[in-house]
Design a protein around this ligand. Structure first.
Ligand code: PLP
Length: 393
């Protein structure tokens, strides 16, 4: 079915699906590494591009393509490129768009390894990177140099919940001839469509909201046009960070419920945010859906909902954060986000325990910060869990 002009929920269920000779209702797992050519000529046509037949799963695969087309339609883009992980997507984009002597401007609060791979590895190949607070777009303009090629933003950013104005970034990128890349993981295409706001490339850790069930790791890239699509796909295929057909099948299953999962999680998140905002042991809370968020108006403008990610600070600082971790029982003590299960994390005592105070602060991680990914359990149970956990903090 042609779903291009259909609504978002219809696309979630049907976009990218194709008919096979058995009339399968869902896209099957084509767990085959290689594909038979019908003749020598057919083989030659597949390689030249005259036929769009399949060759080898690292290059393309029917199950993976169904997912790629699904996400491309959700983002209203030209084409999708599925990868083994979100970092596979990020690395493919960097490899395609950067080279010796080029420079990238990125968000200071960007996903840690997305920064690390630039500073520790791409730097060895002569790529320069500058990280600024992109929530203030003046910082971006000030960081642009003659050799800047890419503007890379993540919004809302992790775990500070800083929001960057995508449309304003698109104007800056256009004026300076830069490619604008947006990591849309925290919103998913249900809540934010960066390509419609002027971005050239959007990418996701599919591990999070799109798959939504904490059972696979994966990534996806969607480009606005064919040129960037070809360039980035080439790098994905050469890097070899393709998705696997079974992984794609899991995500095709997960994505179908994206909107109903996010609606429920967001409804829960709003109630939890209000509860935490009024809690005497909570010093501050950052949730884009609260009027107290410094960029509440921008969130309302560029997002169609506020999502289910938040961070908050405890008056009792580091010790209180550690105590809370040990006194919640429903929320899982785990990294990652965007799944049906509620997750809680205290970066200072957990993921960032080995990071210097200076680097933690540079990334916006204070000792009191707790990150919370709200799931779709009964909200009263989640609040009860927080209430009990906070009682001892
Ligand atoms: C998790 C995450 C990534 C990395 O994705 P993986 O699937 O873990 O490789 C990138 N960006 C953001 C915002 C993330 O949350």
């Amino acid at each position: 079915m042609n779903t291009k002009d259909k609504g978002f929920n219809t696309k979630l269920i049907h976009a990218g699906a194709f008919d096979d000779e058995f009339g399968s209702a869902t896209v099957p797992i084509y767990q085959s590494s290689t594909f038979k050519f019908k003749s020598a000529q057919h083989g030659a046509d597949c390689f030249s591009g005259a036929s769009d037949g399949y060759i080898y799963t690292r290059i393309a695969n029917p199950t993976i393509r169904a997912l790629e087309q699904n996400i491309a339609q959700l983002e209203n883009g030209y084409g999708g490129i599925a990868t083994s992980s979100g970092m596979g997507a990020i690395s493919s984009v960097y490899m395609a768009l950067l080279g010796a002597g080029s420079h990238i401007v990125s968000s200071r609060a960007v996903y840690g390894p997305a920064r690390g791979v630039l500073e520790q590895d791409f730097s060895r190949f002569g790529v320069e990177a500058t990280f600024v607070n992109t929530a203030d777009t003046n910082n971006i303009v000030a960081a642009i140099k003659q050799n800047t090629k890419v503007l890379y933003i993540e919004t809302p950013a992790n775990p500070t919940m800083e929001i960057t104005d995508i449309a304003a970034c698109a104007e800056i990128a256009k004026a300076h001839n830069l490619i604008l890349v947006v990591d849309n993981t925290f919103c998913s295409p249900y809540l934010q469509k960066p390509l419609e706001l002027g971005a050239d490339v959007v990418l996701h850790s599919i591990t999070k909201f799109i798959n939504g069930h904490a059972d696979i790791v994966g990534g996806v890239i969607v480009t606005k046009g064919p040129e960037l699509y070809k360039k980035i796909r080439h790098c994905m295929v050469y890097l070899g960070c393709n998705m696997d057909p079974t992984q794609a099948f899991m995500v095709i299953r997960g994505v179908k419920t994206l909107s109903i999962r996010i609606d429920r999680a967001e409804e829960n998140a709003m109630k939890i945010a209000r509860y935490l905002e009024a809690h005497p042991k909570v010093a501050w809370i950052k949730y884009p859906g609260l009027e107290s968020h410094p960029q509440y108006e921008l969130a309302k403008k560029q997002m169609s909902g506020f999502g289910s990610m938040m961070s908050f600070g405890l008056k009792g600082g580091y010790e209180a954060g550690e105590k809370l971790m040990n006194n919640v029982h429903l929320a899982l003590l785990a990294v990652s986000l965007g799944g049906v299960e509620t997750l809680i994390q205290h970066p200072a005592s957990m993921t960032h325990a080995a990071v210097s105070k200076e680097n933690k602060l540079a990334a916006g991680i204070t000792d009191d910060l707790v990150r919370f990914s709200v799931g779709i359990e009964d909200v009263d149970d989640i609040i009860e869990d927080l209430k009990n956990g906070l009682a001892n903090c």
